[in-house]
Design a protein around this ligand. Structure first.
Ligand code: DX5
Ligand code: ZN
Length: 226
């Protein structure tokens, strides 16, 4: 038997005028985690969600909040998002000079810690901190916007990270983010991903479509073998 893949719908593609209702609806439709894209118009050219919004959304779902920090510097916000109700906090190595310290801070706050690798970021950057992360997030688009096209080179990167994680012997989630739909999902699952982020493909069509959207993402190849 394979390991069932987790789905983490990105609320970047939700209806921001009805965000609480949309979080509740995507939870009911079968989301495993709620993915929150935090952008600062500095690390990435877009501006989205702050800790106050996460705090306001917290009562709308009991599922883990998977907070993807695209901010620089990240350290001060790590604490704010932890207090607001984040369960997982992921940072980009380029966002600050002291990745080890930032990850240690996330763990000290009792939260699961992740490292995010952009399409051009060497995988080797994660090696020195593999013993302190709970999650590696592979970007399959350049961060900043939803609705972009999947970058194929992410597949080989997922495969190599799968080997690194398996060799570590630690239970580290391997998440992929960007351009995930019913076509790319089986490919990243086959490469070794355990968590799929999807914005556009999760929220398209409005609440009546969410359950079918998530089912399509799980597909019939929703298990990873081996
Ligand atoms: C991009 C974000 C993604 C994005 C994914 O910077 O990290 O989470 O919302 O959007 P889709 O699934 O539409 O590519
Ligand atoms: Zn994201």
């Amino acid at each position: 038997m394979g390991v069932p893949v987790k789905l983490a719908p990105s609320i970047l593609s939700a209806d921001f005028a009805r965000l609480g209702e949309d979080v509740r609806a995507i939870d009911a439709a079968g989301a495993d985690w709620i993915h929150v894209d935090v952008m600062d118009n500095h690390f990435v050219p877009n501006l989205t969600i702050g800790p106050m919004v996460v705090k306001a959304l917290r009562p709308w779902s009991a599922k883990p909040f998977d907070v993807h920090l695209m901010v620089s510097p990240a350290d001060a916000l790590v604490e704010a998002f932890a207090e607001a109700g984040a369960d997982l906090l992921s940072v980009h190595p380029e966002a600050g000079p002291h990745l080890h310290r930032t990850l240690a801070r996330i763990s000290a706050l009792g939260k699961r810690a992740g490292v995010v690798l952009n399409p051009a970021t060497p995988l080797s950057l994660v090696e020195p901190v593999l013993d302190m992360v709970d999650l590696v997030l592979v970007m399959s688009v350049n961060p900043g916007f939803g609705g972009q096209t999947f970058i194929d080179s992410a597949l080989g990167r997922i495969e190599r990270l799968r080997q690194m994680i398996d060799a570590s012997g630690r239970a580290i989630e391997l998440e992929v983010d960007g351009g995930i739909d019913s076509v790319t999902a089986p490919r990243v699952i086959a490469a070794g991903a355990t968590v799929l982020v999807a914005g556009t493909a999760s929220f398209r069509g409005g609440p009546a479509s969410y359950a079918a959207n998530l089912k399509a993402l799980r597909g019939c190849g929703a298990s990873r073998h081996g």
